[in-house]
Design a protein around this ligand. Sequence first.
Ligand SMILES: Cc1cc2nc3c(=O)[nH]c(=O)nc-3n(C[C@H](O)[C@H](O)[C@H](O)COP(=O)(O)O)c2cc1C
Length: 408
Amino acid sequence: MRACAQRAFLLCSMVFAEESRSGRAGLRSNDCNNAADFRELARRRLPAPLFHYIDGGADDEITLRRNTSAFDKVRLIPDALADLSSLDLSVKVLGQRLEWPVFCSPTAMSRLFHHHGEAAVCRAAHRHGTMYSLSTLATTSIEEIGALTPGPKCYQLYIHKDRAMSWDFIDRCKEAGFSALCLTVDTLVAGNRERDLRTGMVTPPRFTLASMLSFFAHPHWSLNYLAGKKFELANVAGHIDAGTSKLISVIDYINSQFDRSITWKDAEQAISRWAGPFAIKGVMSVDDARRAADIGASAIMISNHGGRQLDGSTAPFDQLGPIVDAVGDRIEVILDGGVRRGSHVLKALAMGARACMIGRGYLYALAAGGEPAVDRALGKLRAEVERDMILMGCDSAKRLNRSRLHFD
Ligand SMILES: Cc1cc2nc3c(=O)[nH]c(=O)nc-3n(C[C@H](O)[C@H](O)[C@H](O)COP(=O)(O)O)c2cc1C
């Protein structure tokens, strides 16, 4: 009894110490105005291995940095006196009308970052009139997300060695009422994320003294995590043992379960099985964009997985112009990677993208404060896009074009 009371006292003091650490620096979710603020709060609130898992990229992180800095190479040219009394930010993406031209990328294992998990992001996306994408490696099931909101939802498919299970995902998505599917093609093997090696975020978990201390120093996260639902990769649970019961195993999971032999034929098969709006995620070259259009995909997501796979790869924004010029009249072109500001979205649209996707842009917020913070992050970004459109003197997302860009 006494030991219990002592433990409870210790935990309370640690929670209090954690709160006052954030408090001393004065940062709360409600003070966060942009992705950089949410990133900083996430850094303070998460045990280091988890923060670095979200934040990090492959090798020297050159591509990770380039994904955002690429937007700086063009500048916006505003028009004046253009009657901005009404503004239409809506776009049609993968058969769905989105109220504004940004939606949520699929990201694995959201429950590790906050106990609110994928459901929080899905609900927030719906409240903000946009689409949510659910990862194959999510901690919430296709069926749960399907039933959660009437909003548009895209399921992200990884083709596994277990083909029956992979095709079963497609059938489950149909049953669950998903609006679209995207097939990720840039992850045949896990990228070399050295931050994860340093913090011990690998399988089996190899926690260094520093990372153990970091979990201990974030009792808020630890308590919520332990009190919540058991961790599992909800969509593969029951099919594959690997990775379902262990806390952290995504790298080994990818390397052992994903099928490296997949080709455009498999993508074509997935398209015909789904028979609905279908995107290929991870297209970076003009030739692949043409192939995607040739096999009947509805969209491509120009993406390098947020700089987490091939370091030294070019940035999605660098490839946008050439890809739009080659296939923009045959297929929807969506930009994914590096988007942190409303002005990035305007530049992408002006270059010819139909819409943009964000990954870390909502994950930092989820980690920083759960569902209310994701709400705030999406609201802030949407307000930024609206404000920038007005300042650009452009009343419709569909009317931005390259004449509004200045190139160095
Ligand atoms: C923590 C994390 C997990 C991710 N998991 C997946 C995944 O399961 N499937 C996938 O296709 N992409 C995944 N991605 C990549 C995102 O879908 C997206 O391509 C990337 O985050 C875009 O870059 P941004 O974070 O700069 O917006 C993940 C990204 C992050 C940061």
